[in-house]
Write a protein that binds this ligand. Sequence first.
Ligand SMILES: [Zn+2]
Length: 91
Amino acid sequence: MKSNYHCAVKDCKREFCALHRFPKFNEQPERFRLFVEATGNDNLKKLTPRKIYDRIRICNNHFKLEDMRRVGDNRFALFRHAVPSVNIYEI
Ligand SMILES: [Zn+2]
C-alpha cells in the first residue's frame, strides 16, 4: 500500500524514505517552529499545529544519522531534540 504522506520540505523529491511527524506544538513550540521553517513551505503556516501533526511529515533525508535511531526495517525514531538540519530549505 502506498503511503498518502510525502515530505513537506519544498523541492524535496525523495520517495520511499522514512517519514517523521512534527513535534507537538504544545510540548515543544520552539522545535515545532524550527521544523516548519526548515520546510520552506509557506502553506504550513496556514495550518493549525494540530493539522500539521496529523497530516504533515518530513523525511529522513533532512536529519543527521545521529539524530535518529533505527527501530525496525526502514523505520527510524527521532531523538526528542532533533531538528531538521540537512538538505533543508535555506532561508
Ligand atoms: Zn524530504
